[in-house]
Design a protein around this ligand. Structure first.
Ligand code: HEC
Ligand code: HEC
Ligand code: HEC
Ligand code: HEC
Length: 194
């Protein structure tokens, strides 16, 4: 109990000690509270409802009935499964970058279908770059190509054998799978350093 002895030494009278301990308890409780609040915020801002609150007429509407919304397996991919990294640091970086979205919301950058369509290519390129930057990690979280290979069609197997050997990005070939495909050069033409 050496820490106790040094605490007594630092606070020779009783009331001083009580205040010190009370302050410590408050710090722990408040710190815990902040951690919980942060965790709840992160969780709340990752739900489909949250994303759809702004993207209901554009990205969310297009996503409806695509293979990742409805399929025979019953497993659904939601917005965050593809757009939000699961790893803590990349997730936080993406959350901070989303400040641009909040700003964009209030300045109305995509508040009509026309504006959204005009801005779509730029947003798609930005997302493709992010995905290429992490070797389409979000896709790989669900799709284990090495495991799936033998059950796949011959075309898929032939391509994917090469993909596994060369670590090509899923997004290079499979883009426009959840939303309307944008006009303009696709992800294969976009170079990123990683
Ligand atoms: C407060 C409204 C709002 C919410 C909530 C919101 N977005 Fe957005 N989002 C926007 C706006 C506005 C833009 C365009 C920002 C710009 O380019 O200036 C945008 C852009 C995007 C882009 C393109 C990003 C890029 O790099 O250009 C993606 C992807 C996206 N949102 C996905 C999501 C997902 C996933 C969620 C839920 C986790 C979400 N959004 C929640 C308003 C919102
Ligand atoms: C939350 C898990 C999840 C994530 C994340 C996910 N997928 Fe899927 N994906 C699925 C499921 C489930 C199916 C349907 C499988 C089936 O019907 O056999 C599917 C189907 C597919 C198909 C087959 C489409 C078809 O028409 O048969 C492709 C291609 C695909 N995903 C690519 C991707 C790419 C690229 C990404 C990343 C941008 C991605 N997936 C992210 C779960 C996911
Ligand atoms: C070089 C191009 C290419 C890349 C890169 C690629 N794929 Fe594919 N993928 C294909 C082709 C071609 C098919 C067959 C499409 C078809 O039959 O319509 C396919 C089919 C699929 C299917 C459906 C399986 C089936 O049996 O038809 C899934 C799921 C899929 N790919 C996931 C992925 C994932 C995840 C990645 C990244 C790890 C990836 N692909 C990377 C070309 C590619
Ligand atoms: C299966 C993975 C996947 C899911 C699920 C998904 N997206 Fe996307 N999203 C993409 C990809 C990939 C792009 C890049 C453009 C493209 O290839 O279509 C994209 C692009 C976007 C963009 C930029 C505009 C555009 O159309 O390119 C927005 C905004 C967006 N997604 C929002 C959402 C929202 C909101 C949801 C949930 C309702 C969602 N996404 C679900 C994969 C996904």
């Amino acid at each position: 109990m050496r820490w106790w002895a040094s605490l007594r030494q630092a606070y020779p009278n009783r009331s001083g000690l009580t205040i010190a301990i009370a302050a410590l308890v408050v710090m722990v409780v408040v710190g815990g509270g902040i951690t919980v609040a942060a965790a709840v915020t992160v969780h709340m801002t990752s739900t489909e409802e949250f994303c759809s609150s702004c993207h209901t007429n554009d990205a969310a509407a297009e996503f409806k009935d695509t293979i990742h919304d409805k399929n025979r397996t019953g497993v659904r991919a939601t917005c965050a499964d593809c757009h939000l990294p699961k790893e803590l640091v990349p997730m936080m970086i993406r959350k901070v970058k989303a400040a641009k979205e909040v700003w964009g919301h209030f300045t109305g950058v995509i508040d009509t279908k026309e504006k959204f369509d005009k801005h779509r290519y730029e947003m798609a390129v930005s997302e493709w770059k992010r995905m290429k930057g992490n070797n389409s990690q979000e896709c790989r979280n669900c799709h284990d190509l090495a495991k799936a290979l033998e059950k796949q069609s011959e075309t898929a197997r032939a391509r994917h054998t090469k993909v596994l050997a060369e670590r090509t990005d899923c997004i290079d070939c499979h883009f426009g799978i959840a939303h309307t495909e944008p006009d303009g050069p696709g992800p294969k033409e976009i170079k990123v350093s990683r």
